[in-house]
Design a protein around this ligand. Structure first.
Ligand SMILES: Nc1ncnc2c1ncn2[C@@H]1O[C@H](COP(=O)(O)OP(=O)(O)O)[C@@H](O)[C@H]1O
Ligand SMILES: [Mg+2]
Length: 302
């Protein structure tokens, strides 16, 4: 006689629902370890549309629901990260990262709490930022503006566990500021044709910043995004990226999913928009991996 098969978690939908309710119940999802020092992570890839913004906001939200305090700095004039975090970056007179870089405002004025989660904060970007690449050129310490702003005691007092910097799709002065302000670079790589195109150039830029401006900078994490399991190509790309970058590549792969792309339209991350979805689960898994790896990394760093 076959064994009765009626456990609650036996269907994928039931399992997803169970995990979703865990995520939404404060405390029930378990806490992730806090890093010893604030981890400042720049999310960079000069290619547009590879999932930088999606990754920055969803990893941030994934860590926030696990009890960690997280800041996202939006460095893209499009302001998509600000939108996904529910910050109205088109509001008149909003103090944004632009005024911060130009030294016109105190960083406290620019840090906004996301209505999506109490642990989640954002320094928004406005369209003004589009001019900053040029305006920064003539300023003193033009590559260090963001780092100096983050070193402000006010930021230290917030006690952020993680700071993600969402870069624009270029290697200009904004991205350089992000690389000088961080210790870690996270590179999202889309599982598509020409996935590694431009990555060589990105790595050379990281080396230049490391040699001249920030010796602590290193690529700590690679995340494969927009994986479509139906195509053989996606697997080939994933394999090639793993061959190149070894254990820097998170084992979690983010699947392509319409829900993920819908969430920003509701001013939400996927974690709030549909916590039981595959997209939310994969970003939660990636966030957990990132947090657990931190402790090993911190332990070996003198
Ligand atoms: N896993 C995914 N599945 C489906 N669409 C995605 C996924 N990740 C990102 N997208 C969508 O792809 C587009 C580009 O992503 P985005 O994160 O804005 O890239 P970038 O910041 O690198 O330009 C956006 O419309 C986004 O909603
Ligand atoms: Mg973006």
């Amino acid at each position: 006689m076959p064994t009765p098969h009626n456990s609650f978690h036996d269907t994928p939908i039931a399992a997803a629902a169970a995990r979703a309710s865990q995520v939404l119940t404060p405390g029930a999802s378990g806490q992730l370890p806090r890093p010893i020092n604030t981890r400042v992570i720049t999310v960079a890839n000069q290619k547009g549309g590879v999932g930088k913004t999606t990754t920055a906001v969803n990893l941030a939200a994934g860590l926030a629901v696990h009890g960690l305090k997280v800041l996202v700095i939006d460095l893209d004039p499009q302001g998509n990260a600000s939108t996904a975090l529910g910050i109205d970056h088109r509001a008149p007179d909003i103090a944004s990262v632009y005024e911060l870089l130009l030294g016109e405002v105190d960083i406290r004025e620019t840090v906004k709490q996301s209505p999506n989660h109490e642990n989640l904060y954002c320094v928004p970007a406005t369209l003004d930022l589009a001019g900053a690449e040029i305006e920064l050129v003539s300023l003193v310490a033009r590559e260090n503006r963001l780092r100096n702003a983050l070193n402000d005691q006010a930021i230290v007092d917030y006690g952020f566990d993680y700071v993600f910097i969402d870069c624009p799709p270029s290697l200009g002065l904004l991205t350089v500021n992000a690389m000088v302000a961080a210790r870690e670079v996270l590179i999202p790589i889309q599982c598509e044709y020409y996935a590694l195109e431009g990555v060589g150039q990105l790595l050379r830029n990281i080396e230049l910043v490391q040699a001249h401006l920030n010796k602590d900078l290193h690529v700590s994490t690679i995340l494969l995004t927009m994986y479509d399991g139906r195509t053989k190509l996606a697997d080939q790309v994933a394999e090639e990226v793993r061959r190149h970058f070894g254990d820097k590549v998170l084992s979690t792969i983010i699947p392509r999913s319409v829900k993920v792309s819908e969430a920003p339209g509701y001013a939400m991350t996927i974690i709030q928009y549909d916590p039981g979805s595959r997209g939310a689960m994969s970003y939660l898994d990636a966030a957990r991996e990132l947090a657990l790896r931190a402790n090993t990394a911190e332990a070996v760093t003198p």
